[in-house]
Design a protein around this ligand. Structure first.
Ligand code: PMP
Length: 307
């Protein structure tokens, strides 16, 4: 999806005009993929733009840095304020996607990450629903690319280089005529999609693979949707899933900051339910989209208002 430029990007503590937010070609992170990032969204609410689960996303960014032993020269509060400021200074009245990035910069080469200067950037731009129209379901394919083994790549870190794996799976799915890939873990069980967590609904029970078992990222949208589902009285279980659980599910949906809550229409050409978004998916999606836009007081705790 093409990027719609905004006015400013926060780089290492200062606002830089969009077109000048550049790095040297010998930036370490470009060569070895050593960096971490977050995907965050700000939504338009009745009280102006608000960032959804800002503290949780920023904490996960710092957790990713801890896992990769990247020493970030900013505190949690400073990084939260940088994201709020980026939304304030840019012309994004209808909300935006926010991309905080911590990366190893210019000045040292060779594999040892330890002496390399750490750089931080936060950009934002308007970005619609990542998997397209919410009312239609995604056509999914189980990927021939396996999710990382947690002892080969730390799956709880959003490390930049780790997304080669997601990119390969996504590209394979698109080239084969599908919308998105589902990845199996090293044990052959369902892990997650290329950048979303996955849920199945069967006989009214909602199940999703646990990140610890499946090598999936512990999703913040996944966590939000679980809380909403439990508040609605649904039973939600973390459970190991195999591919036939997807083929025989009543409903399947994906969650992620970019994709929000996206229904799945088919998996490996087996139609899920009747191929249209099911009632539980639709109910959860509707509440999630109201919650992020500040329409539900019970979930306002997840919002940080920009002004
Ligand atoms: N899994 C992966 C691999 C992801 O990149 C993402 C997006 N951050 C997710 C799951 C969903 O996580 P979240 O809901 O926190 O955006």
């Amino acid at each position: 999806m093409p990027i719609t430029p905004t006015q400013f990007i926060w780089m290492d503590g200062a606002m830089v005009p969009w077109d000048q937010a550049n790095v040297h070609v010998l930036t370490h992170g470009l060569h070895y993929g050593y960096g971490v990032f977050e995907g965050v969204r700000a939504y338009q609410t009745p009280k102006g733009n608000a960032i959804f689960r800002l503290r949780d996303h920023t904490q996960r960014l710092l957790d990713s840095c801890k896992i990769l032993m990247i020493d970030v020269p900013f505190t949690l509060d400073q990084l939260m304020e940088a994201q709020l400021e980026v939304v304030r200074v840019n012309d994004v009245p209808e909300g935006c996607y926010i991309r905080p990035l911590v990366y190893l910069g210019y000045g040292e080469m060779g594999l040892n990450p330890l002496p390399v200067p750490v750089r931080v950037a936060v950009a934002c731009w308007p970005w619609g629903a990542y998997l397209g129209d919410h009312s239609k379901g995604a056509r999914m394919k189980i990927s021939s690319w396996q999710r990382h083994d947690p002892n080969a790549m730390p799956t709880q870190a959003k490390g930049t280089g780790m997304y080669l794996n997601s990119g390969l799976a996504k590209m394979e799915a698109i080239r084969a005529g599908y919308d998105e890939a589902i990845m199996l873990g090293p044990d052959g069980r369902i892990s997650e999609a290329s950048a979303e967590n996955l849920f199945v609904v069967k006989n009214g029970v909602i199940r999703t693979p646990a990140s610890s078992a499946a090598g999936a990222l512990a999703g913040i949208t996944q966590d939000s949707v679980i809380e909403i589902a439990r508040d609605l009285g649904y039973e939600v279980r973390f459970e190991t899933l195999v591919r036939t659980d997807l083929y025989l599910a009543d409903e399947v949906f994906l969650t992620g900051t970019a994709a929000e809550l996206a229904p799945v229409a088919s998996v490996d050409d087996r139609v899920v339910g009747d191929g249209t978004p099911g009632p539980i998916t639709t109910a959860l999606q509707s509440i999630y989209l109201q919650a992020v836009k500040g329409a539900l007081p019970a979930y306002e705790k997840w919002l940080t208002y920009c002004s």
